[in-house]
Design a protein around this ligand. Structure first.
Ligand SMILES: [Zn+2]
Length: 187
């Protein structure tokens, strides 16, 4: 089974250009940057996606991303704006299944494309969509897991609101060595 490339970096067994590290997260440069200075903030623990990322890890990720964004603006690298992006699931463009938040310096003419077929939707349809989501929220608590710095081989129970309720998955089954999502595939 292939190792998770981000876990390998966290363990010091794979190379990375590190810009920040603390007890909970590591911030590294993307190997295939959308623009120079494109940073990935990753939790040290193997967290596959948003369903496993409770507040205790979400907070440190957000705090690091904000600091990195400020540092990018102050770094001398070209950075007139910052775009944060997180792909949760293959259909969303995730191709390394260890949660990571992109922090991308943006500037006029940077060539980064974020495209979609933007559609208009009637108020009635919007209200229907909102009702579906509101009805699902009680089944999806904000922080469904009790956080305890899991080791890489810990088994994690996904919350009931995940696509496959009750599924037990081992973090070692989600290894991937692919490159990170490119900005051109983000929505
Ligand atoms: Zn990992």
């Amino acid at each position: 089974m292939e190792a998770c490339v981000f876990c390998e970096i966290v363990a010091g067994r794979a190379a990375a250009s590190v810009v920040h590290g603390d007890d909970d997260v590591l911030a590294i440069l993307d190997l295939h940057p959308a623009t120079p200075g494109h940073v990935l903030v990753i939790p040290r623990a193997h967290v596959r996606g948003l369903a496993e990322a409770g507040d205790a890890i979400g907070g440190p990720i957000w705090r690091a991303a904000r600091r990195v964004a400020a540092a990018l603006r102050a770094s001398g690298l070209r950075c007139e704006g910052v775009r944060l992006s997180l792909a949760d699931g293959e259909a969303a463009g995730q191709d390394v299944f260890h949660l990571h938040l992109h922090v991308v310096p943006r500037f006029a003419g940077d060539g980064v494309v974020v495209s979609a077929e933007w559609r208009s939707r009637s108020r009635a349809r919007l209200d229907q969509d909102a009702a579906l989501i509101r009805a699902a929220l009680p089944r999806c608590p904000a922080d469904p897991l009790t956080w305890r710095r899991p080791r890489h081989r810990d088994v994690v129970m996904l919350p009931a609101c995940s696509a496959r309720p009750g599924l037990t998955t081992s973090s070692t089954s989600s290894a991937s060595t692919g490159s990170c999502s490119r900005m051109t595939r983000m929505s």
